[in-house]
Design a protein around this ligand. Structure first.
Ligand code: PLP
Length: 273
């Protein structure tokens, strides 16, 4: 994703080629920062307030200073305008700043959309299930979107190594959780299923939007990954990738169905409406 625009708290628009983070920023030293990825449709970041609220919640859990929500709204607007693309990816970062100083930094980055999203949606993605660890302890930061995403990226790389497109994390006891950057859904007859937030997964903004938009009944809960192999359809959701249908899980074929396509269309209508 090439960077189209960069806005920095207290400075405004900065040349994207200019370094703006110090070498001893804790975001770099320890991966201790909060971030958000937002999709921009027709020049408008979709569900920006929800993303900023989640950024604020992540920051609080990590122990960062409170997020200036109106500052982020303004930074986001400036960066998106400057990016000059109606459809783009907006990323927001709230870092603690330099070690030993309490001077946090706010960044808004605008990039192009990944070029292969619609091709992937057209063909459907292959998923593999991978061990994902979750446990209820506040310091494990379950459900927090922090910049410590090396594990998530390693899981995506492992999925590619196994000739798949993406991963689904499964708890040691076989309960399905989420993808490295997505939430997971499947359908059985007239009912959709998705893992419950109480499992310590990220409260996806797209997940919440789909729960509202869905004409299908949705059950949230703790479900075995085994349930997915003979689902009537399976898909993932995220801000950038939207609703992404799967055609395979662990090498076993899964058929495509109407719910994923309907929810994708409903999401687009909501985003562009
Ligand atoms: C671990 C994880 N789960 C789910 C999601 C989907 O969240 P959203 O719909 O807010 O993009 C993400 C997004 O990056 C994520 O990182």
């Amino acid at each position: 994703m090439s960077l189209l625009a960069l806005a920095v708290g207290g400075r405004g628009i900065v040349d994207p080629d200019e370094p703006v983070v110090h070498a001893d920023d804790e975001a770099l030293l320890r991966g201790r920062a909060a971030f958000e990825t937002v999709r921009v449709y027709g020049g408008r970041p979709f569900k920006l307030d929800e993303h900023i609220a989640r950024l604020a919640a992540s920051a609080a859990r990590i122990g960062l200073p409170p997020v200036g929500e109106s500052e982020f709204r303004a930074l986001a607007r400036t960066a998106v305008e400057h990016g000059g693309r109606p459809d783009a990816v907006l990323r927001l970062y709230w870092t603690p700043g330099r070690e030993g100083e309490a001077r946090p930094a706010a960044l808004a980055l605008v990039s192009e959309l990944p070029p292969d999203l619609e091709e992937r949606r057209g063909r459907g993605i292959k998923l593999v299930s991978l061990l994902g660890l979750r446990a209820e302890a506040p310091w494990l930061l379950d459900g927090v979107k922090s910049t410590s995403y090396a594990v998530n990226m390693a899981a995506e790389a492992e999925a590619r190594r196994r000739l798949a497109d993406d991963a689904v994390f499964v708890r040691e006891d076989g309960v399905v959780l989420e993808g490295p950057v997505t939430n997971v859904w499947w359908r059985r007859e007239r009912t959709l299923f998705t893992p419950a937030l109480e499992l310590g997964i990220l409260a996806g903004v797209t997940r919440a939007a789909l729960l509202e938009l869905s004409p299908w009944a949705v059950e949230e809960g703790a479900f075995a990954c085994d349930d997915l192999y003979d689902a009537d359809e399976l898909f993932t959701s995220s801000s950038v990738r939207e609703v992404m249908p799967a055609v395979e899980l662990d090498g076993l074929p899964i058929s495509r169905g109407p719910a994923g396509d309907e929810l994708q269309a409903a999401l687009r209508r909501a985003a562009l409406g």
